[in-house]
Ligand binder design. Structure first.
Ligand SMILES: Cc1cc2nc3c(=O)[nH]c(=O)nc-3n(C[C@H](O)[C@H](O)[C@H](O)COP(=O)(O)O)c2cc1C
Length: 194
């Protein structure tokens, strides 16, 4: 499986890092694009450095490298996630303003009718953000706000991160084994009390 992982400078870069970790473990081919703001957010929000994050991917693509394979639809992929997706990057996707490689790769994913999952992260949302989500959704993107569910009774922050990341990978057709399915109240009771 060949997937593009874009990490933008929204809060929650840990979701993108976790996606890379899971995909590496599964032996998937990952193509990573980090925005400039994502590099800063990795430093601010995590104990990893950028090189460690890049080391989780099969291939790193520079944000300004418009000659990258990912800039062309002829390079086949099985889809792309922007995880997390800032409101700025969302606006670039919605308007078709592909002035960096992440935005171009997202545009290519849409034009080739491949799956594009945007893990949007902001709160509260402006009308501009909401309208950009509608526009991107109409164009074929899946808007997956970084909103964890709690029906799996998470015990740790890692469990919460895995819930959002697992749901994103579900939508890309990845068999990852992280429990993301609600299997009814009896299954929940069997797991024990909250
Ligand atoms: C610590 C930190 C957290 C941020 N969180 C968000 C966020 O959750 N959502 C968002 O849209 N922008 C957020 N931003 C602002 C973006 O990083 C900024 O708009 C940036 O220009 C996005 O650029 P990019 O989309 O190219 O990564 C955050 C910035 C910092 C430094």
């Amino acid at each position: 499986m060949r997937l593009v992982i874009g990490i933008s400078g929204a809060s929650g870069v840990i979701y993108g890092i976790r996606a890379l970790e899971i995909l590496k473990k599964l032996g998937a081919e990952t193509h990573l694009i980090l925005t400039e703001a994502a590099r800063e957010t990795i430093r601010l929000e995590t104990d990893r450095n950028v090189a460690q994050v890049e080391g989780l991917s099969t291939e790193v693509h520079k944000i300004g490298d418009i000659t990258s394979s990912l800039a062309s639809g002829s390079y086949r992929t099985d889809g792309m996630a922007v995880i997390p997706c800032s409101m700025k990057t969302l606006s670039g996707v919605a308007s078709g303003y592909a002035d960096n490689l992440l935005l171009r790769a997202a545009e290519v994913t849409l034009k080739e009718r491949r799956r594009l999952v945007l893990v949007a992260r902001e709160t509260p949302l402006t009308l501009i953000d909401l309208e950009n989500m509608v526009t991107a959704s109409r164009a074929g993107a899946i808007i997956l706000p970084a909103m964890p569910a709690f029906y799996q009774r998470p015990k740790t922050i890692n469990d919460i991160v895995d819930q959002v990341t697992g749901k994103t990978l579900d939508l890309l057709g990845v068999e990852h084994g992280i429990p993301t399915e609600w299997k009814g109240p009896n299954a929940s009771k069997r797991r024990g009390k909250a």
